[in-house]
Design a protein around this ligand. Structure first.
Ligand code: NDP
Length: 424
């Protein structure tokens, strides 16, 4: 380790902070878990209203117990074992500052299928685990929140004690609070096991689908049927997660992997926020289905399919283009050169707006909430997601401006709309 410390190049200091600097980081760190409790406790079988303060349990220990904690750790361990199975391609990451590329085993889709099969087996053999997950939803959520705090503290301390091979370009300000939040080390690993890559797509995303399946199963056990709206939304979200895992290697070129360290922001987002908030619409539909007419559901399904097509096509075009700009399937797409040698797509979907992939993603987000009718809380996801993607688009734009200089300005003149053509 000492040898590693000597060889590591001094990491450049992060000069510009985001999210309001250390004060903003502290505020977000403390407020996000509260938002999670607020939203989830405000939407129960008895009522679902953002205006009425949710009833806090008299005994807060009702939000935590050992069984739920064991269940959560069991799930993490199961996913870790699946991630180690030598199935699937080993893919090179983007070059690091040192020029080195890390290797990543991409078997996320295998882990997804194996998890769904394991769930099916548990259901078939009536394993009480499934019942427990529904009954202990809040308690498992608490375990996930606590663990994401513990993990981020561990990651920060680990990095301070043992110099990393590379610090995150965005998380090396020297301010402990801010670096803890953004993530100090870029690619924390235990041997070849990459903690960030693992958490980004496995326990949280697959866990979200399994939670959804638990809600569908509960509806079936209660009513003897699969409620159409609930089943539809769960099918949409399963497609979304399946897609992310099928194209798992695409994550290796995202900001999360290349720029941000692994700190509280990603650990909490991946392990707690995504699984326990993104399942809000299915959880709502289980208890409060407004029973929309079939033609409304058909219209919503069309919106989701259309959104998915835009999302998938845009992401595939950009990934194929980055891998091989001369790919025959992209021959019709116009692109412009930049000072760095890389080109930027300005044809097809990428000529309509700068983030057609975000547009498709937002259409799907809306399609997941519309089946919930006129109740406001299930719209939390599309509203929050729009704020996230607008912020992310600006963040990415600022980084592209640094990367491409005046070529980026020419690109922005050529493609003036950011996410929604003619609107934004
Ligand atoms: P992008 O996939 O848009 O990647 C941004 C990068 O793409 C830029 O830094 C630039 O990198 C390259 N790029 C930008 N414009 C062009 C262009 N015109 N031609 C070629 N390359 C271009 O963003 P994200 O990584 O944020 O998102 C990936 C996917 O994940 C999206 O579909 C998004 O909707 C989804 N997402 C989902 C979230 C969720 O919680 N459900 C959260 C965040 C994202 P370079 O030039 O260096 O290659």
């Amino acid at each position: 380790m000492a040898d590693r410390k000597e060889k590591a190049k001094p990491a450049p200091k992060t000069r510009e902070t985001e999210f309001g600097g250390p004060v903003g980081a502290l505020f977000i760190t403390l407020s996000l878990p509260l938002v999670m409790y607020y939203i989830n406790l405000a939407c129960t079988k008895a009522k679902c209203s953002i205006l009425e303060l949710p009833k806090m349990p008299k005994n807060p220990w009702i939000l935590f117990d050992m069984e739920a904690t064991l269940l959560f750790f069991g799930w993490l361990a199961f996913q870790a074992v699946l991630a180690l199975v030598p199935i699937g391609r080993v893919v090179d990451g983007q070059p690091l500052q040192s020029g080195k590329r890390l290797k990543y085993r991409c078997n996320g889709f295998f882990a997804f299928v194996a998890s769904v099969i394991a769930f099916g087996i548990c259901v078939y053999f009536n394993v009480p685990l499934v019942k427990m997950v529904h009954a202990k939803f809040y308690r498992i959520m608490t375990s996930a929140i606590l663990f994401s705090f513990i993990l981020s503290i561990f990651l920060y301390i680990k990095e301070r004690a043992v110099a990393a091979s590379q610090l995150a370009p965005g998380g090396n300000t020297g301010n402990a609070l801010y670096d803890f939040f953004i993530g100090h080390e870029l690619n924390p690993r235990i041997g070849s096991f990459d903690l960030k890559f693992f958490c980004e797509l496995r326990p949280g995303l697959i866990g979200w689908v399994i939670l959804n399946f638990v809600f569908v199963l509960k509806a079936y056990q209660d009513t003897g049927a699969f409620p159409p709206a609930l089943t539809l939304v769960v099918a949409f979200q399963t497609l979304y997660v399946g897609d992310a895992l099928w194209f798992e290697d695409a994550i290796l070129t995202t900001m999360d992997i290349i720029h941000d360290g692994f700190g509280f922001m990603l650990a909490f987002g991946d392990l707690a926020w995504v699984p326990f908030l993104y399942c809000l619409q299915p959880r709502f539909l289980l208890d409060n289905d407004p029973k929309l007419a079939w033609y409304s559901l058909a219209g919503i399904a069309l919106l989701n399919v259309f959104g998915y097509m835009i999302f998938r096509r845009a992401n595939s075009q950009k990934n194929d283009f980055r891998k091989n700009p001369f790919h025959p399937s992209l021959a019709d797409l116009e692109s412009i050169p930049t000072s760095s040698g890389k080109r930027l797509l300005v044809g097809g979907l990428w000529g309509m707006c700068r983030k057609p992939n975000y547009l498709g993603d937002l259409m799907m987000a809306l399609a997941w909430s519309l089946p919930c009718g006129l109740t406001l809380i299930p719209y939390f996801y599309p509203v929050y997601f729009a704020v996230l993607l607008v912020h992310r688009e600006r963040r990415d734009g600022a980084q592209c401006q640094k990367k491409y200089g005046s070529s980026w300005n020419r690109y922005c003149e050529r493609v003036p709309y950011r996410i929604i053509p003619y609107v934004y």
